[in-house]
Design a protein around this ligand. Structure first.
Ligand SMILES: Nc1nc2c(c(=O)[nH]1)N[C@@H](CNc1ccc(C(=O)N[C@@H](CCC(=O)N[C@@H](CCC(=O)N[C@@H](CCC(=O)O)C(=O)O)C(=O)O)C(=O)O)cc1)CN2
Ligand SMILES: [Zn+2]
Length: 759
């Protein structure tokens, strides 16, 4: 009999209940007890939803981030929060979010660094280690949640991050080697596992997704030694890998001394038979047969075709699961009353994915006949999607086929363009600008909600957004910025906004996915060939330009970022969808140019995050990603200045690709690295203009004029001043005006000082 289980369930709640509870607590509008009670309720609901499974995850819930939770479990906090007053929860949020001088009754503490969780749009808090780091067990969270789950009557399986992946995710603050901490870490893991066993956990899921990345000999050895140490402990371990293939770690993964192995059979379908062959005969194999990263229904009949022989071979040793935790998909398709029926029938969110797993398991255990109706309904849905005319647009396919190299080529090389742009735009040395968004105030969001609920008319909504744009323009004029933006008031999100306007996309009402902490995104669903029925941004930008004599920057999201932050088609390569997006956004670029917009920014915030987890696969991705950007951006005249923006600016290993994008100006995140990120631009002799961010927008702290001058002076040691811009790290949508205005005042004053120094 095959078993069915889950690796992790979304914790935000079907209506983002967690987000609202977190934010109310942080604002002081609710108590710790209220927050904890809501959290408990969400866990109970999630277990209820999963109660048909043989094993249910425990410890996947988090009040902010699962990696931060693990740091607390291991008694491993940054030294800056040790010995402070307040509850454990206070300390938890101090590490998660920092504390600014504005917060009463506590010292300023900077937040832990946030970074991308593998190749997802989820961000975790990076554990900070030094050679002196020590660990002490704090099992309270896991033990009490285990007791809750047991009381709820489910068969509970605690989930933890494995010791090697925990170190792999950590960052050394002192140049030491984080792997050297493994011997100190393992006793704490042993103790934790024993406690979980004593509390009644038969199985513990121990996540080691680092196994799908390239690991050198030391890391592989660490895996061996870790699991040889832990094998003496009580509960059975299910070692979970996900997000990719094992490749040359396949035998290592199969042979680690644990009781079971979970593999991602969506991204690693081609390896499963090999894993079955290599896995020692006493071990369980958990097959991640359902896509935990996307929202399409699984073709259950096709899955049964390859699962059946495996089930026959493995018998009781086969478990079925999603490919990875369901954290990365929305909670419940049943909430989507407004979604088009056709397309809804093609989709499965977290709850529906678990139902798919149950059908598969019953088919294997009881015979296909036992679930004949479910299989027939599934087949009908799959066929409806495969044969739908709405998915295919011959004109779009033909346009992609007709793409030539010229399409991605500017008319003249950068040097010539720069001369023309200088004459045309007449910008000062060290021009100042911002990255696009201004604060998304509660008023803006309320208006949009009222508009979506049809409580206010389109004219009313448009007028209100125009008033917001005018406010942003007037503020920028007062501040004396050189290149203005319209502020993006009318956009719910930089990707969803474009998805809503492109043919080939649908969007959900409640399809939220956690991005970090309380912040969520609602990735639009790319289901068909992409085209642009009409201009998307031109009227807003034209309106903004009409308000001022200063140059107004057009603001677009690039094809690679739209792709990476959408749920995308699984019936064609990502590269194909990206080229379709590139052609659609290219039309928008050309319409903006025709409307007299001389500066156009095309954000590619997610270009780097889209890199495959294995470096050996990078070039293939970069080839089509950069080509897509070039197609979008480069069909303009020499006088038109193209900007791009990227937030995660570790460009050391991809600088060539960045240069090949050939944007006239790139604005990047650098302030927290003290301009060290610019080294690679200097070494590579990056030829075009750069705006290294001088203001960390993730923090409420307001930079001083001196700090900004100092940062820009450092930048000018690396890049000639004629090619430097002065701007914040990223957009200002998550900040408040009271923070933004003084920060930008300081930025403009710093630019003025720099110009004077240069004369
Ligand atoms: N897609 C995407 N990925 C990204 C980023 C990004 O900007 N977009 N930035 C980086 C960091 N990640 C981020 C992710 C989300 C947010 C963010 O601010 N999200 C907002 C939601 C944005 C949104 O879609 N807003 C909608 C809906 C807002 C909403 O919640 N409305 C309320 C009511 C309005 C109210 O009273 O506030 C409701 O529907 O109940 C709108 O403006 O229209 C949030 O969680 O609060 C910021 C950064 C990396 N990944
Ligand atoms: Zn950014």
């Amino acid at each position: 009999m095959a078993l069915v289980h889950n690796l992790g369930f979304p914790r935000i709640g079907a209506k983002r209940e967690l987000k609202f509870a977190q934010e109310a607590f942080w604002k002081g509008q609710s108590s710790e007890a209220e927050l904890l009670a809501l959290a408990k309720e969400l866990r109970a609901t999630n277990w209820q939803t999963q109660s048909a499974l043989d094993l249910v995850p425990v410890g996947d819930f988090s009040l902010y981030d699962q990696v931060l939770d693990m740091s607390f479990t291991l008694g491993h906090l940054p030294s800056r929060v040790e010995g402070l007053e307040g509850s454990e929860l206070d300390n938890y949020f101090r590490v998660a979010r920092g504390r600014s001088a504005n917060d009463s009754g506590c010292n300023c503490i900077h937040a832990g660094e946030m970074t991308k969780w593998f190749d997802t749009n989820y961000h975790y808090i990076v554990p900070e280690v030094t050679a002196e780091t020590t660990f002490t067990l704090n099992a309270e969270r896991l033990l009490s949640q285990l007791a809750e789950a047991q009381a709820a009557g489910v068969h509970a399986k605690p989930v933890i991050i494995g010791p090697v992946t925990y170190l792999w995710l950590s960052k050394e603050k002192d140049g030491s080697n984080r792997l050297d901490l493994l011997p100190k870490l393992l006793p704490v893991y042993s103790e934790l596992l024993e406690k979980l066993a004593a509390a009644g956990a038969e199985w513990v899921q121990i996540d080691e997704p680092a196994l799908v990345t390239e690991l050198d000999a030391d890391w592989k050895h660490a895996l061996e030694s870790a699991y040889h140490t832990l094998k003496a402990t009580q509960p059975k371990l299910l070692l979970a890998t996900y997000f990719g293939t094992l490749q040359d770690h396949l035998q290592l993964a199969c042979n680690l001394p644990v009781a079971g192995l979970h593999v991602d059979a969506v991204r690693g379908r081609q390896e499963i038979e090999k894993v079955v062959d290599w896995l020692p005969s006493h071990k369980v194999l958990s097959v991640g047969a359902i896509d935990g990263r996307n929202i399409w229904k699984t073709d259950l009949n096709a899955a049964l075709e390859w699962l059946t022989p495996i089930a026959e071979k493995l018998g009781d040793r086969l478990w079925l699961a999603p490919s990875c935790s369901l954290l990365h998909v929305p909670v419940d398709l049943d909430s989507e009353a407004r979604l088009d029926d056709d397309i809804r029938s093609w989709l499965a969110f977290a709850k529906q994915k678990l139902a798919e797993l149950t059908v598969l398991t019953r088919a294997l255990n009881e015979g296909y006949a036992a679930v004949a109706d479910e299989l027939a309904a599934n087949q009908a849905a799959i066929e409806s999607r495969n044969n739908s005319e709405r998915v295919h647009n011959p004109a779009v396919k033909a346009a992609v086929k007709n793409i030539t190299a010229e399409l991605g080529q500017r008319k003249s090389p950068y040097g010539e363009r720069a001369d023309r742009q200088r004459t045309h735009l007449k910008l000062p040395l060290y021009p100042t600008t911002t990255i696009g968004s201004f604060p998304q105030t509660p008023d803006i969001r309320k208006a949009r909600l009222a508009f979506k609920k049809q409580e206010i008319s389109v004219d009313h909504y448009t007028a209100q957004m125009k008033a917001e744009i005018e406010h942003a323009v007037r503020e920028q004029e007062k501040l004396g910025l050189d290149v203005l933006v319209h502020g993006e008031a009318e956009r719910n999100d930089m990707v969803e906004y474009f998805g809503e306007q492109l043919e080939g996309y649908v969007f959900s009402q409640f399809g939220w996915v956690q991005s970090y902490g309380s912040r969520c995104v609602k990735p639009p669903i790319l289901f068909g060939d992409i085209s642009r029925p009409k201009a998307m941004t031109v009227d807003w930008i034209k309106y903004a330009q009409s308000l001022t004599d200063k140059p107004m920057k057009g603001m677009l999201t690039g094809p690679v970022t739209i792709l990476n932050w959408s749920f995308v088609r699984d019936d064609q390569p990502r590269s194909e969808s990206c080229l379709q997006l590139a052609l659609a956004v290219r039309q928008e670029v050309q319409d903006l140019e025709a409307a007299g917009v001389n500066i156009i920014q095309i954000d590619e915030a997610a270009l780097r995050e889209g890199l495959p987890l294995r470096q050996s696969e990078w070039q293939g991705y970069l080839d089509w990603a950069v080509e897509s950007f070039r197609i979008t951006a480069n069909g303009v005249s020499d006088e038109t200045q193209i900007h791009t923006h990227m937030c995660y600016s570790e460009f050391n290993d991809i600088i060539e690709a960045i240069a090949h994008m050939d944007a006239d100006v790139i604005t990047i995140e650098t302030s927290r690295s003290d301009m060290e990120l610019l080294d690679v631009f200097e070494e590579f002799e990056y030829p075009n203009e750069i705006g290294p961010g001088v203001y960390d927008i993730h923090s409420p702290n307001i930079p001083t004029v001196e700090q900004i001058v100092k940062l820009m002076t450092k930048a000018a040691e690396r890049i000639p001043a004629e090619r430097l811009w002065v701007n914040p790290d990223c957009g200002l949508k998550t900040r408040q005006w009271q923070e933004v205005t003084p920060a930008l005042e300081h930025m403009v004053a710093a630019a003025t000082a720099l110009r004077e120094q240069a004369n």
